[in-house]
Design a protein around this ligand. Structure first.
Ligand code: PBG
Length: 335
């Protein structure tokens, strides 16, 4: 576009284009689309269990029967994909629950695919929910303090991804931020015959305060220390581009920016720089802030929810992972 706009369009009156709803819709550049939304779901054991989470109104830990109901109403609204997280019955120091054949995510994937073969089932690949200490990797404690062992962790992540694919997952999404995990997972999937299973990598994932409510739902808050040795520093934009470049080189099919709203500049830069399918994760804190303000009557929840998701698309996101997926899909039908 010619950047010197002043005086270029003497006859243009933008007001004419904004006159009526039909006209506004005709010239709208960006649209929200239900089939580009992904709904996160939290599976746990039990029956008829729908456990609410204080910090995330409208989000529940669900037993498998309830998970099916939730997926069903999302699908009816037009949502085509879900992202499954698991809350295991027990945790240990090698995250056994993450790659157990009958782990909670593996069971959830099997029942979701059985009930809804056409629903795209994506799994979160990470160890934090399954580790007694809540970190995303294997932890070594010594006199210098605590460190996360990157390379031994890769093996467990790859095992988890393969076990999800065996259960029928359509795509895996590693969120751990260990170095080299995309390649390790790609190799393991290929070796086991899952060449067709794509990887959506949480490529630029920041050490963010916005994950607080998620850690309540997923029961995955670290018991000591924090995630700053493996998640990105909030001030770093170029590092995000390097993270994305590495993940693409290692075989990622879709790259993700997380959180979304506070990182629109990076969604834009990453999409422009790499031209790769780009996902944005509208994380728990973003969702809960809008919900809370909406419940208090301080903002119009629906308007703000739609506006912020529209902003993510305008910035360049092809896919949005969001706790509001079902509601947004329903609102889009009404408009
Ligand atoms: C697991 C994981 C987290 C989120 C997604 N996968 C939490 C974390 O890194 O602590 C956060 C999602 C959200 O806040 O909605 N590593």
């Amino acid at each position: 576009m010619n950047k010197n706009l002043v005086g270029q369009f003497p006859n243009l009156r933008l007001r004419r284009l904004r006159q009526t709803p039909a006209m506004r819709s005709l010239v709208r550049e960006t649209r929200l689309n239900a089939d580009q939304l992904v709904l996160p779901l939290f599976a746990r054991s039990g029956k008829r269990l729908r456990r609410p989470v204080m910090s995330m109104p409208g989000v529940f830990q669900l037993s498998l029967d309830e998970l099916i109901k939730e997926a069903s109403s999302a699908a009816t609204a037009g949502v085509k994909a879900v992202l499954v997280f698991g809350i295991p019955d027990f945790k240990d120091e090698k995250a056994s629950g993450a790659y157990a054949h009958n782990g909670i995510v593996q069971q959830a994937v099997r029942s979701l695919k059985r009930e809804f073969p056409a629903l795209m089932v994506i799994t979160d690949v990470c160890l934090c929910e399954y580790m007694s200490h809540g970190h995303c990797g294997i932890v070594r404690k010594n006199s210098q303090g605590v460190s996360i062992l990157n390379d031994p962790t890769l093996k467990l992540l790859a095992r988890s991804a393969v076990s999800h694919a065996e259960a029928g997952a359509d795509m895996v999404a590693p969120s751990d931020m260990m170095d080299g995990r995309v390649r390790e997972i790609r190799n393991a999937l290929d070796k086991e015959g899952f060449q067709g299973v794509p990887i959506m990598s949480y490529a630029a994932k920041f050490a963010s305060g916005f994950y607080g409510p998620f850690r309540d739902v997923a029961e995955s808050a670290p018991k000591f220390g924090d995630r700053r040795s493996y998640q990105m520093d909030v001030g770093n934009g170029l590092e995000a581009l390097r993270e994305v470049a590495l993940d693409i080189a290692e075989g990622a099919d879709i790259v993700m920016v997380k959180p979304a709203l506070a990182y629109l500049d990076l969604i834009y830069r990453i999409k422009t720089e790499f031209g790769y399918p780009t996902a944005a994760y509208a994380v728990s804190g973003e969702y809960s802030m809008i919900k809370a303000a909406g419940l208090n009557g301080w903002i119009d929840e629906r308007a703000v929810m739609l506006e912020s998701h529209m902003a993510m698309k305008r910035a360049g996101a092809d896919i949005i992972i969001t706790y509001a997926a079902r509601e947004i899909a329903e609102w889009l039908k009404e408009t």
